[in-house]
Design a binder for this molecule. Structure first.
Ligand code: BGC
Length: 354
């Protein structure tokens, strides 16, 4: 009898290990779906989320999807079937998760949209992000100030580049920047020589550096190869800014006297190095530790059935209604404050930026 009991116990324990159930198993398992390892920030986001969730006592299934939508969908399916109770998802394409998230909803699995809003799904409980519109306005205001546009200076030549059209954030970044810059394009203080100003044309598939570079190779060849000066590039983030910089290094530097103002976002290491070298003018620091901490508070609230922290209940409509959101504050970064922001705060080591 005793033997039989311990056999049953052993079988139960093995089954629990295999299914991830039991103490530390699926009862408190959280799935974290990240878009790609290609961009530095998502590696940091994933690592921070895992570390902080584990510290709070949760088991974490962290997955990266190589920017492939089908891969992300199947990772989420696995998370649901393996018993995750909450899913934290940074989507590759905001509109592609409706079907899989319907399954989540059916099983009572809660969903938090992380950084990027998931569109047209009523399975999303919360959205944790940075103030995306403010990111864009900070980029636009930087150009406005550097060029003295408020004082009527100009005309200056500017080109524009934003992110993936399937990322809801890209519209907020671009919209925020254009709410500052459009009036100067309209009154002629800013001239977009390529004529490329609408969202669809200045968008960059996959936020890819290579796509950004090849678009700028064509723009420079057509509009600036005769020595015409490019004064500013409004780039929505660091990966696209890097494509612009690469293109200028190949097609502009050495044949022109100036280097344009280039904006960015994320404070990726390669871009901070460019800021130090004077090749990128500014970036936006989004402290992914803070975003992870807020998201963990949301997970905790869902698990415990309490109120999650939100500070915005009017901005982010995903097509099924407003998603209660927490917006962290994006911070302006340039060569003058990067040490304080990035090194003193422990975000990077000084040696990483050399
Ligand atoms: C994020 C940015 C990032 C971009 C490309 C956006 O959704 O908010 O921080 O630069 O995706 O990955």
């Amino acid at each position: 009898m005793k033997k039989l009991l311990s056999l049953i116990l052993a079988v139960v324990m093995v089954a629990a290990m295999l299914t991830g159930c039991g103490a530390g198993g699926s009862a408190n398992k959280v799935g974290v779906a990240m878009p790609t390892k290609d961009l530095q920030r998502w590696n940091q986001d994933g690592a921070n989320m895992k570390e902080q969730l584990e510290k709070a006592g949760y088991t974490v299934d962290l997955q990266y999807a190589s920017n492939d939508i089908a891969t992300q969908v199947s990772q989420i399916e696995n998370m649901i079937s393996s018993g995750c109770k909450v899913l934290v998802i940074a989507s590759i394409e905001g509109d592609s998760l409706g079907t899989v998230l319907a399954q989540a909803k059916e099983k009572g699995v809660k969903v938090i949209a992380y950084d990027r809003l998931i569109m047209n799904s009523d399975a999303v409980s919360y959205y944790a992000t940075f103030d995306n519109y403010m990111v864009g306005t900070k980029q636009g205001e930087y150009i406005e100030e550097q060029l003295g546009l408020k004082d009527g200076k100009g005309p200056f030549n500017i080109e524009l580049i934003t992110g993936d059209p399937g990322d809801n954030n890209a519209r907020f970044f671009f919209g925020g920047a254009m709410d500052v810059l459009q009036k100067y394009i309209d009154n002629g203080q800013l001239v977009v020589k390529s004529g490329q100003t609408d969202f669809a044309t200045v968008a960059t598939a996959g936020w890819s550096t290579e796509n950004a570079q090849s678009r700028f190779d064509a723009i420079i060849a057509k509009n600036y190869s005769d020595g015409t000066q490019l004064d500013a590039v409004m780039a929505s983030n660091d990966s696209t800014a890097m494509g612009v910089t690469n293109s200028l290094e190949a097609n502009y530097e050495g044949t022109h006297d100036n280097w344009p103002i280039i904006t960015g976002q994320d404070c990726d290491i390669a871009n901070v190095k460019n800021m130090i070298k004077g090749k990128q003018s500014m970036s936006i620091f989004k402290d992914t530790r803070t975003l992870a901490a807020k998201t963990v508070e949301m997970v905790d609230a869902i698990m415990k059935g309490t109120e999650a922290p939100v500070n915005d209940t009017k901005t982010y409509d995903n097509g099924t209604g407003i998603i209660p959101s927490f917006l962290c504050e994006p911070v302006f970064a340039d060569v003058n404050n990067y040490k304080e922001l990035l090194i003193d705060s422990g975000y990077y080591k000084e040696s990483e930026l050399q």
